[in-house]
Design a protein around this ligand. Structure first.
Ligand SMILES: [Ca+2]
Ligand SMILES: [Ca+2]
Length: 439
C-alpha cells in the first residue's frame, strides 16, 4: 500500500511465492519504484512460526540483494558474504573453519638425546575454533596442552619433545606427525612432521703418551758399578701404567716396574750397570730401557745407556818415611849416652822399616824392623857407649837409617854425634889425723 504522493524506491525485493506469495504485491495511490531486483520466490526462513527469520541455505534471498551500505547483518555477521548481499535483515553466513600448521622440522640426535621442536598453529578459519592436537609415530610427547582454542587469525606455538631411545642404532629415523584438527569441522586439519635421524659418534679413547729421557753415557773400569737416572713422563691424557724393560749391557733396573703415573706426571727411573771384572778396556756395554704404555702397547719410549770400559795402570801406594832429629852430645870415655829419634811413616799405607846403624859406638835399643801404619810415628832409641880408652876430642858419629820395605829407594837417616872429653884428674891427698894424748 503506497500512499498518495509517496514514491518509495525498492532496490531489491523478494516478493515471495507459494505460501509466502502476496495476493497483491503493492497497491495504493502512490508511486513505487521497484528497482532492478524483483524476485518472486520462497524466502526460505528457518522457523518463521517461532520468529526465526534467518535464511535457510535454500533461500532465494541469498546473494540476491544490492549494496545498501550496511556491513553487518542483524547477527553481526559480515555483509556481504558469499557471492553478494542477501536480501533482508539476515546475511546467510556459515563460517568456514581453517587451520595452518607449520613448519615441518628435522634434526639429528644421538641416542638418549632430547630434542624439542616448535611449530606454529594458525587459525586460518572464519571463526574462533578449537583444535585437537594428536601425535603419531616417533618418540615424541606433546609439551603444549591440547585442545587449543584460537580466535580468527591467531597463532600459537606448539611444542613437541622427542626423546631418542638410548638403544637405537645410528641411522635410525624417528618420524612424528602432529595433527591439529578443527572441532568445528573434523575434516579440517593440518599436520606437521618432525623427523629425527639418529647418529652416533665413535668413542675416542683417551690418548696415551710417554716421554723418556735422557740417554746416558759413562766410562767405567772393570768391576765398577755405575748408576744412571732417567726421567719418565706420562704425556698422555689420563693416568697410565708403564712397563719398564731392559735389553743388552750389564744393567739391572733399580726402579720398580710397572710404574703408574697420572697424566703429566714424571718419575725417575734408575738403572745400575755393573761392569764385569773381566771386561777388556774399550769394551762398550749398551743397555736400552723401554717404557711401554699398558693402555696402548704401540705407545712407548726408550733411553740408551752406554758404558765404555777403560783400565788404568795400577799405581802402587806411595811409600814415605821421615826420621828426626839428629842428635849431638859430649861424653867422657866410658860414658853411655842414649839418643831418641822419631820415625814417621809418611807413606800412603802401612809400611815396615828396617833400621840400620853405621859408625860410632852405638847399638839399637829399638827392635828392627818396625811396622807403622800410614801417618804413624814411633820412637827409635840408640845407645852410644863411649870406649874407655878414647882420647878427649875424639868424635864418634853414628848414622841410623830407616828403609822402607815397600820401596827400598825410600829411606831416611839421622846422625848421632858424640864428642869425647876428659877432665883433669884431681891430685891425691892423704889425710893425716892428729894424734892427741890426754892424761
Ligand atoms: Ca550473501
Ligand atoms: Ca546471519
Amino acid at each position: 500500500m503506497v500512499a498518495s504522493g509517496v514514491t518509495p524506491t525498492i532496490q531489491a525485493t523478494l516478493w515471495g511465492s507459494g505460501e509466502w506469495a502476496n495476493d497483491t504485491d503493492w497497491t495504493g495511490p502512490g508511486t513505487i519504484i521497484t528497482g532492478t531486483v524483483n524476485l518472486w520466490a520462497d524466502p526460505g526462513f528457518v522457523d518463521p512460526a517461532n520468529g526465526d527469520y534467518h535464511l535457510l541455505p535454500t533461500s532465494a534471498a541469498i546473494d540476491a540483494g544490492v549494496d545498501a551500505g550496511v556491513t553487518v547483518d542483524m547477527d553481526g555477521d559480515p555483509r556481504p558474504y558469499g557471492a553478494g548481499y542477501d536480501i533482508g535483515a539476515d546475511e546467510y553466513f556459515v563460517p568456514v573453519p581453517g587451520v595452518a600448521f607449520a613448519p615441518d622440522r628435522a634434526a639429528q640426535a644421538q641416542p638418549g638425546e632430547i630434542v624439542t621442536f616448535t611449530h606454529t598453529l594458525t587459525n586460518t578459519g572464519e571463526v574462533t575454533d578449537t583444535f585437537a592436537l594428536t601425535l603419531s609415530g616417533g618418540w615424541a610427547t606433546l609439551l603444549t596442552a591440547t585442545p587449543l582454542t584460537l580466535p580468527v587469525g591467531a597463532t600459537a606455538a606448539v611444542q613437541v619433545q622427542v626423546a631418542v631411545p638410548t638403544d637405537v642404532l645410528s641411522g635410525t629415523v624417528g618420524t612424528t606427525v602432529i595433527t591439529a584438527t578443527s572441532q568445528r569441522d573434523p575434516a579440517v586439519s593440518a599436520a606437521v612432521a618432525d623427523v629425527v635421524t639418529v647418529y652416533t659418534v665413535p668413542v675416542i679413547p683417551p690418548q696415551a703418551g710417554v716421554a723418556f729421557a735422557p740417554d746416558r753415557a759413562a766410562q767405567a773400569q772393570p768391576g765398577a758399578i755405575v748408576t744412571f737416572t732417567h726421567t719418565l713422563t706420562n704425556t698422555g691424557e689420563v693416568t697410565d701404567t708403564f712397563a719398564l724393560t731392559l735389553s743388552g749391557g750389564w744393567a739391572t733396573l733399580l726402579t720398580t716396574t710397572p710404574l703408574t703415573l697420572p697424566a703429566g706426571a714424571t718419575a725417575p727411573v734408575q738403572v745400575q750397570v755393573a761392569v764385569p771384572t773381566d771386561a777388556l778396556s774399550g769394551t762398550v756395554g749398551t743397555t736400552v730401557i723401554t717404557a711401554t704404555s699398558q693402555r696402548d702397547p704401540a705407545v712407548f719410549a726408550a733411553v740408551v745407556d752406554v758404558v765404555t770400559v777403560y783400565t788404568v795402570p795400577v799405581i802402587p801406594p806411595q811409600a814415605g818415611v821421615a826420621f828426626a832429629p839428629d842428635r849431638a852430645a859430649q861424653a867422657q870415655p866410658g860414658e853411655i849416652v842414649t839418643f831418641t829419634h822419631t820415625l814417621t811413616n809418611t807413606g800412603e799405607v802401612t809400611d815396615t822399616f828396617a833400621l840400620t846403624l853405621s859408625g860410632g859406638w852405638a847399638t839399637l835399643l829399638t827392635t828392627t824392623p818396625l811396622t807403622l801404619p800410614a801417618g804413624a810415628t814411633a820412637p827409635v832409641q840408640v845407645q852410644v857407649a863411649v870406649p874407655t880408652d878414647v882420647l878427649s876430642g875424639t868424635v864418634g858419629t853414628t848414622v841410623i837409617t830407616a828403609t822402607s820395605q815397600r820401596d827400598p829407594a825410600v829411606f831416611a837417616a839421622v846422625v848421632d854425634v858424640v864428642t869425647v872429653y876428659t877432665v883433669p884428674v884431681s891430685p891425691k891427698f892423704t889425710i893425716f889425723l892428729p894424734l892427741v894424748l890426754r892424761q
